[in-house]
Design a protein around this ligand. Structure first.
Ligand SMILES: NC(=O)c1ccc[n+]([C@@H]2O[C@H](COP(=O)([O-])OP(=O)(O)OC[C@H]3O[C@@H](n4cnc5c(N)ncnc54)[C@H](OP(=O)(O)O)[C@@H]3O)[C@@H](O)[C@H]2O)c1
Length: 382
């Protein structure tokens, strides 16, 4: 039996994790649930899953009598305090943004396994998180939930200790894979939110359209698997059937295949190391027919080149790239800036702040704030 605290239970990943918990009550007990402001949805989840605790990070609200049985936490420290106080074997980190850095560190301090969906924390703080984590397959202290990194982690299970030569992250190419650069730069949020394969939260869907999502994943792969930048490649694969590959010295490539459904990597992490019957569809390759592949077009998608640039710069450059992108995406979604401006905002912020240092959580959060302020300033002046 795993006891799991789900941080961000009202989000896309969080809700799918609760589908898994509901399907396997004999294996999974929910220890805690948190949301940011969707309180009614959280109350409903608390009624259904009866956790020991619940948290609402946007602030204090009146709690209905029928959910007073659990301990409530409010405000920005709610995530860390839930992780600190509430016993659980695992913490599924499914919140967006940097809010989860301190609770990831707290979870490791308490010896809890991290099931990591959140990308931003690892991108900005991989250098302080990974020294606290074991990525082996016997008793891992961190299991990636992102489908590409889950795929790599699963492929490495068959490696028997052999080091990979390359990690090949697949990418659907997003909604603008076949668009011209001119058309893409003027794309509306309604176009960018139409992901051809995956159903996800809005921030990550825009990141798929710009391919900053893949940029973040390149950096995640460095931290999770100890890969150098030249060992990580991106492969466009529009069918989203192969979720990533690992190549070994002898030229063999191992791949993980499945339907484009996040329930699968979420369940893999929550049930690890057991493989239980799927709660989503099964892959029928005869129905898929053909799989296609292409190299990424870095001229139309400069985010890929920026990922390698920030990896090579090191320090806080990945954090700056991530923060500037988050600010730009939020303005784009509100209709304040064009799609093309997302790239300009990240470029400008990186050029201004590429040499920040961040050796602990406080410095990282400060660097993140500086990068956000710089990006906001650029957007307001342009
Ligand atoms: N969705 C996917 O398929 C997918 C795949 C791979 C990786 N990821 C990564 O997983 C993370 C979650 O993605 P998502 O798509 O599930 O996001 P989402 O649907 O936007 O859900 C985010 C969750 O975090 C909560 N939240 C929002 N702002 C917060 C804050 N400042 N402090 C604490 N909690 C906050 C939300 O609460 P409210 O509902 O109350 O706002 C919600 O529960 C992201 O880092 C994303 O990159 C997602």
């Amino acid at each position: 039996m795993r006891t799991i605290a789900i941080l961000g239970s009202t989000g896309s990943i969080g809700k799918q994790a609760l589908d898994v918990a509901a399907a396997y009550p004999e294996d999974i007990k929910i220890a805690a649930l948190t949301a940011h402001h969707r309180k009614e949805e959280l109350f409903e989840q608390v009624r259904r899953f009866q956790p020991l605790a619940a948290g609402l990070t946007s602030g204090e609200v009146t709690i209905p009598d029928d959910v007073k049985f659990c301990k409530w936490y409010f405000g920005k420290d709610a995530l860390r305090n839930v992780v600190r106080d509430i016993p659980s074997s695992d913490v599924l980190v499914a919140v967006v943004g940097m809010a989860s850095l301190s609770c990831v560190l707290e979870a490791r301090k308490k010896g809890k396994r991290i099931l990591l969906a959140n990308k931003e924390t690892l991108v900005a703080g991989g250098h302080i998180i990974m020294p606290l984590c074991r990525m082996d397959h016997d008793n891992p202290s961190l299991i990636p939930v992102d489908s590409e990194h889950s795929a790599v982690y699963q492929c490495l299970q068959g490696a028997q200790g052999n080091r990979f030569r390359r990690i090949i992250l697949t990418a659907s190419g997003g909604p603008f894979r076949t668009w011209t650069k001119e058309r893409m730069m003027q794309a509306q949020p309604s176009d960018a939110l139409k992901h051809p394969k995956w159903s996800m939260g809005s921030k990550i869907t825009i990141d798929s359209a710009t391919m900053f999502n893949k940029a973040l994943e390149i950096i995640e792969a460095k931290w999770l698997f100890g890969a150098q930048s030249h060992e990580i490649r991106v492969l466009i694969h529009p069918e989203s059937i192969i979720h990533s590959l690992v190549e070994f010295e002898d030229g063999v490539q191992l791949a993980q295949l499945g339907t484009a459904d996040m329930h699968t990597p979420i369940m893999y992490a929550m049930q690890y190391p057991k493989r239980k019957p799927s709660i989503s569809g099964r892959l029928k390759l005869e129905d898929v027919g053909t799989l296609s592949f292409a190299a990424p077009d870095t001229e139309r998608f400069p985010a890929i080149t920026m990922a390698y640039e920030v990896l090579n710069l090191g320090g806080m450059a990945p954090c700056v790239m991530n923060a500037a992108n988050e600010v730009a995406v939020s303005h784009y979604l509100k209709g304040h800036i064009s799609f093309g401006r997302i790239f300009d905002t990240v470029r400008h912020t990186l050029d201004k702040l590429s040499d920040l240092s961040g050796s602990d959580a406080d410095e990282i959060l400060l660097g993140d704030m500086k990068a956000r302020a710089q990006a906001e300033q650029y957007i307001s002046q342009n």
